[in-house]
Write a protein that binds this ligand. Structure first.
Ligand code: SIN
Length: 268
């Protein structure tokens, strides 16, 4: 297995490994550490089907079932990621960490792309550790010990309304998380608030919380801390939701982009 950093702060391309086949313990160990170090790993020419994608995901933890979007028959753990000429909305069109609204948010997500538009449909990734490191020591100290409230309500209901889905009977998870969350593998301090799921910083007055959140979101939007992944058919991105945020660019309407994702639970 070969690793090549794709930008100074985040992301590495992994080659000379076939992740669609069973892996050895040492391969899984190396990938786990590479993920913790780089935040997101990119692979090309990986012809996953649902079973091999789920097997790959399970090397890193149990698979999650998405709280809003059920998978296809027989594969509830597969989250379809799809946009075409009939789409009113696509997944992930803003900076976020996947389902941070749950009490134990996922370790990572593994997206396999099957169909791509002729151009566009790239995904951006930003390093939550680099964002933390970029703050002044005074701001780092100010944020230390604060917690934020995350909920799936606002984002999922907004998406469902766009898609004409009646979700009035559904309930979405919510949870509090530290604003500065040390990475469980590296111990590196990381900012863990995002525009999809975070509502407010609990210990601050409303206006101050809103201003601090906007300030932190602007850091994630700084290209300095990002990498941009240009997909090919059968590319795979495996991102660490504790270490990066991502944003899917919907610049390819009315063309089709289609893939499938599995989400790996963090250890309880
Ligand atoms: C997502 O999982 O948030 C979507 C990512 C993408 O479509 O690139």
């Amino acid at each position: 297995m070969q690793l090549k950093r794709v930008s100074p702060y985040v992301g590495a391309e992994v080659s000379e490994i076939d992740i669609t086949r069973p892996l050895s313990n040492s391969q899984v160990h190396d990938l786990h550490h590479a993920l913790a170090e780089h935040g997101v790993l990119f692979f090309h020419d990986q012809h996953f089907d649902h079973d091999s994608q789920k097997r790959f995901g399970r090397y890193f933890g149990e698979l999650d079932i998405h709280p809003n979007t059920p998978g296809p028959a027989g594969h509830p753990e597969i989250l379809p990621i799809h946009g075409d000429a009939t789409s009113k909305v696509v997944a992930g069109e803003g900076w976020h960490s996947d389902v941070s609204c749950t009490a134990n948010p996922p370790l990572g997500s593994i997206l396999h792309m099957h169909v791509l538009p002729e151009s566009g449909g790239d995904t951006l990734f930003a390093s939550a550790g680099a964002v933390y490191d970029s703050l002044s020591p005074r701001m780092q100290a100010y944020l230390e010990g604060l917690t934020a409230f995350h909920s799936g309500d606002r984002y999922y209901r907004w998406r469902n309304a766009k898609e004409g889905i009646d979700d009035s009977g559904r309930r979405y998870p919510s949870a509090n998380h530290p604003v500065v969350r040390p990475h469980p593998v590296t111990g590196r301090r990381m900012i863990y608030v995002n525009s999809f799921f975070t509502y407010a910083i609990n210990e601050l007055p409303e206006e101050e919380s809103a201003a601090i959140l906007q300030f932190l979101y602007a850091r994630f939007a700084d290209p300095m801390f990002q990498t941009r992944f240009r997909w090919r058919e059968n590319s795979v991105a495996f991102w660490d939701n504790r270490a990066v945020q991502h944003l899917a660019i919907w610049d390819y309407f009315p063309h089709t982009r289609s893939g499938s994702r599995v989400t790996v639970k963090a250890a309880a």
